[in-house]
Design a protein around this ligand. Structure first.
Ligand SMILES: [Zn+2]
Length: 150
């Protein structure tokens, strides 16, 4: 069994408790205890050896992503790793990477698809769909206003 296999076993057999202290940033934790200490330490050391430093509020933690969760450790007052936290990855990270980007036909900027303004135009009985990126849209609106002033 590889280290990662034993870690995944540890993840699935433990009962992850919801941290009620921070309802805005839901995460779960497992405390180190005499029965899980060997696997706990293996996992905690693995996080530190393979994780990446990310900022979380004003603190930096070493995070390791496994499947759909990210894991990080917390120390007790003696500086020992005493709990492992986990949070679902989908919240901000995944939402950003899953977004579909589209190139604007006009200015060639890449913009998230959801930010485009769609509109239709009917010429000679044929309706066609167009879309405009937020930048082109603001230029268009500014031009319109400019025309109205004249
Ligand atoms: Zn554009």
């Amino acid at each position: 069994m590889t280290t990662l296999d034993s870690i995944k076993k540890f993840i699935s057999k433990n009962n992850w408790l919801l941290a009620k202290s921070m309802p805005d940033t839901p995460h779960w934790y497992v405390l180190r205890n005499p029965t899980n200490s060997i696997e706990f330490d293996l996992f905690a050391n693995y996080i530190h050896a393979n994780g990446v430093l990310r900022k979380w509020g004003s603190y930096g933690y070493i995070y390791l992503d496994i499947d759909s969760f990210t894991y990080w450790t917390m120390n007790n007052s003696e500086g020992e790793k005493s709990l492992i936290n986990r949070a679902e990855l989908k919240t901000t990270n995944e939402a950003a990477t899953n977004q579909v980007f589209k190139k604007c036909p006009n200015c060639k900027r890449l913009t998230a698809e959801s930010e485009y303004k769609k509109f239709t135009k009917t010429t000679n009985g044929v309706t066609r769909t167009f879309w405009r990126c937020p930048v082109c849209e603001s230029f268009k609106q500014a031009a319109k206003k400019g025309l109205l002033k004249k």
